[in-house]
Design a protein around this ligand. Sequence first.
Ligand SMILES: Nc1ncnc2c1ncn2[C@@H]1O[C@H](COP(=O)(O)OP(=O)(O)OP(=O)(O)O)[C@@H](O)[C@H]1O
Ligand SMILES: [Mg+2]
Length: 368
Amino acid sequence: MEEPRGRSAAADPMVSFRNVTKSYAAGNPAVDNLTLDLDRGAITVFVGPSGCGKTTSLRMINRMVEPTSGTVLVDGKDIAGQAPAKLRRSMGYVLQSAGLLPHRTVLDNIATVPRLNGASKRETRVRAQELLETVGLPAALGSRYPSQLSGGQQQRVGVARALAADPPILLMDEPFSAVDPVVRAELQQELLRLQQQLAKTIVFVTHDIDEATLLGDKVAVFATGGRLAQYAPPEELLRAPVDDFVAGFVGRDRGFRSLSFREAGELPLHSAATATLATLGDAPGGVWLLIVDDGGAPAGWLPPGERSPDRLLVGGSLFTLGSSLRQALDATLSSPSGRGVAVDGQGRVAGLVDAEDVLKRLEAGRSG
Ligand SMILES: Nc1ncnc2c1ncn2[C@@H]1O[C@H](COP(=O)(O)OP(=O)(O)OP(=O)(O)O)[C@@H](O)[C@H]1O
Ligand SMILES: [Mg+2]
């Protein structure tokens, strides 16, 4: 969908912090002179070490915390003049512990805010039932109580509840940090899928730089003392951290991580010696031989000098043309021959990729 003129995300942020400082007591501020625009319909992640002001910043968006100085604008309007209760109900809020009411059923938990907004009981039940499905939960769970759900299910209900009033803004404070890594990965994918459909303005707080770069359209890195250290799209953050603090925080393997974001477009393709099992007899002997099936898809490798089908080495990941540098590197590192197999969209062998070429691309990206 095309954006109307003059309403581009950059020109028309959903949330703006203007020189916002929050001091709880004299001395070090919790948030120090924050100026930041959050794009409409995008996921912005606040990341940083403990105590650096992420939660405080998030809560200033719905007036759960009042700034000491500066202005917070939502949809272009200063929120200082808006009724806090109404403002809060116009935003979904998801917490680390799902924060569900223990003596209410799942459906009633989801319906809480719409009920407060005056929707009828019937209306909100139907909507709550739909939302269960939206967040990937079976309808049968609706009549259970929160303690009868797993941690991951509870978080999903928390997300459903936050979505219930269909708010344009979703505030999420470490929503996935209390669940195990497998469930967490599921919830992250689920959120990305949901966001494709819903296009909310999401502010997501985490300690975890991997989660931040996975989910964020843009990532704000906070440093101790409530200072905003860098605000950039994930790949830029990983490729070009502005200072030692950010570089340390995103980690030493950042170059490797940043590969996942970069298309391997112009990577040189080397030609492969290929044969089918039927044409094996005619193949050259002294080279790594890539065996393909009748459709041209890779079947495995035969080492130089080995031409017996039962010596076929199978496995190794493939690199699909147009995908990321990370996938290209994985393909080269996992290939028995030392060169990764590139395939086209139909899965047919398109050529070989070389680890040296991938590393060169990586180096070029770092200095550039
Ligand atoms: N109600 C409060 N009263 C006094 N100090 C507070 C209060 N809330 C937060 N702080 C202080 O403000 C600073 C920022 O806290 P905040 O909760 O925003 O950090 P955070 O980045 O969310 O940390 P974490 O990652 O541990 O959740 C901390 O030094 C904290 O101790
Ligand atoms: Mg916090």
